[in-house]
Ligand binder design. Sequence first.
Ligand SMILES: Nc1ncnc2c1ncn2[C@@H]1O[C@H](COP(=O)(O)OP(=O)(O)OP(=O)(O)O)[C@@H](O)[C@H]1O
Ligand SMILES: [Mg+2]
Length: 231
Amino acid sequence: MATFEATKITYHPGTVTREERQKALGQQGVTVWFTGLSGSGKSTIAVAVEQVLIQRGHAAYVLDGDNIRFGLNAGPKILADTRGYGEDQAKRFGLGFSAADREENIRRIGEVAKLFADAGLITLTSFISPYRKDRDAARKVHEGNKAGAIPFVEVFVDTPIGTCEQRDPKGLYKQAREAVAAGKGMGFTGVDDPYEAPTSPELTLNMATQSVEEGVAAVLNYLAERGLIRA
Ligand SMILES: Nc1ncnc2c1ncn2[C@@H]1O[C@H](COP(=O)(O)OP(=O)(O)OP(=O)(O)O)[C@@H](O)[C@H]1O
Ligand SMILES: [Mg+2]
């Protein structure tokens, strides 16, 4: 079978302008990127914001870390079990939790979020996204978009690790502490893998001191103040 290599790919611009798209949809696209430790409340706040936006007639959609790892960014085992990938192929395309795989996970999500936001959706992403350079790269993909900058709002869910660990709904901190105590380690963010806090996020929330309702209000107020949603 012949293999064709795409050595010269030329960007093909569309003809629909940003203004035409906004007018048709009655809103403009934006990515709201939630980052924080496991258990900090990213998914909780993202789905709550999505619910309110939809009720208010906005088109919004959550890209959630756990869910995406079943599909687009599935690991080798899921690809082998559900897609029939052979061992080599599953290893090649599946993503785990090494630093390189986490980077690729976030790279793909940054690109997908950009496409969704470019299509006019209010896109809410809830990924730990522990490394600063990976989040900055996602921002760059939005702000440097060829057809015009797309707003990127980084929301730091700054819940102290003590609270996250106490809530531990998935039992992952417990598992990680046990793995570390056994001398094995798990590469778990905040325990034996670093979390690099944002240096200048657009918004910071603390889900230990704020209720979900307060967090939702803070996000909506920010978006309204920036003129990104109807007030
Ligand atoms: N403001 C809050 N007040 C009280 N409990 C909260 C609050 N926000 C979230 N929680 C609880 O904290 C736990 C962790 O929340 P959530 O699953 O949203 O975290 P996450 O950041 O998405 O974690 P992960 O990265 O592991 O997916 C859940 O049990 C949730 O109900
Ligand atoms: Mg989550």
